[in-house]
Write a protein that binds this ligand. Structure first.
Ligand SMILES: Cc1ncc(COP(=O)(O)O)c(C=O)c1O
Length: 303
């Protein structure tokens, strides 16, 4: 099925959304993006966009940091996205990629004095880490200190180095440490541990991207399982000794971590708390849990 993009303020076939080789953001990483999931619910014949508003609020913060003028309100961005997804008409899980970028065809490292543009495209996309349990390694690439809280393209280079290092060494995903050696995050996911029936995750000072899925899991664990999440510094060795471990992310959903540095986590099965959170999360993002419908934006108009 052909896909469409929102490009230069119009809806166009995805194949027509092209930018020039001199575009500033290609050279200097001066773009900010989001990843948003549309989750297909066959019973409802509906795609639900998950926490659309929160994603655009994070994008807006990133634009502010990069001095990119975003000429749309958050509500307008949500409306454009719904219209684009509707035009595409996919009946499967999709991934929405908005990107705001320095569009001037100009050289020179800077943020000022440049035009910017905004685009969105959509692709059908199933599970990102397509495994029951991810085999992970601690990366030799560290998460840089004091990085802005935004999905800025230029910041992703260490993550890309880490991911490829891990995969070339036979693992599914990398776990990055902070510059002072504490657990930070996966190359595209946040990380949680279960230790003595408590949820533990790195705290905001540990230089990771503050994930929307992370926030969702903290809320679901508290509301539905009565489990508070402890946000604190985590040592590398605590990963090896954890009872359970899982990643959270828009692309990865909830992916259990089965192994870190060739040490099995827990009893080598998907842990009970991880399983419960996976089930809860899967229901919530597909619009199957009436308590959380505020987080789900339906796309298709009912017949
Ligand atoms: C580096 C990184 N950390 C964490 C996340 C998880 O964030 P979210 O749950 O908002 O998708 C992502 C994905 O967006 C990411 O790229």
């Amino acid at each position: 099925m052909p896909s469409y993009a929102y490009f230069h303020k119009q809806f166009v076939p995805l194949s027509e959304a092209k930018i020039g080789i001199m575009t500033h953001s290609l050279h200097y990483g001066t773009a900010v993006f989001e990843g948003i999931r549309g989750n297909w619910n066959g019973d409802h014949q509906q795609v639900y966009l998950f926490r659309l508003k929160e994603h655009y609020e994070r994008l807006r913060n990133g634009c502010h940091i990069l001095k990119i003028d975003l000429p749309y309100s958050t509500d307008e961005l949500c409306q454009i996205t719904v219209e684009l997804v509707e035009r595409c008409g996919f009946k499967e899980d999709i991934y929405v990629r908005p990107i705001a970028y320095k569009s001037s065809e100009a050289l020179g490292v800077r943020l000022h004095g440049l035009d910017s543009d905004f685009s969105i495209f959509i692709i059908p996309w199933g599970p990102y880490l397509d495994v029951d349990k991810a085999r992970c390694s601690i990366s030799s690439w560290r998460r840089p200190k004091e990085t802005p809280q935004a999905k800025i393209t230029g910041l992703y280079i260490n993550n890309a180095l880490a991911k490829t290092e891990a995969m070339e060494n036979g693992f599914d995903e990398a776990i990055m440490l902070t510059s002072d050696g504490h657990v930070s995050e996966g190359s595209g996911e946040n990380i949680f541990l279960v230790i003595d029936n408590k949820l533990v995750t790195p705290a905001s000072y540990d230089n990771f991207l503050m994930g929307i899925t992370r926030d969702t899991i903290i809320k679901l664990a508290q509301n539905e399982l009565g489990l508070a999440t402890i946000e604190r510094q985590i040592d590398r060795s605590e990963l090896y000794a954890a009872d359970e471990c899982f990643f959270t992310g828009t692309a990865a959903n909830i992916t259990p971590v089965g192994e870190v540095d060739r040490r099995k986590i827990g009893n080598n099965e998907i842990g009970e708390i991880t399983k419960k959170l996976q089930q809860l999360y899967s229901d919530v993002i597909r619009g199957n849990n009436p308590k959380y419908l505020d987080w789900c934006t339906p796309v298709y108009k009912k017949a």
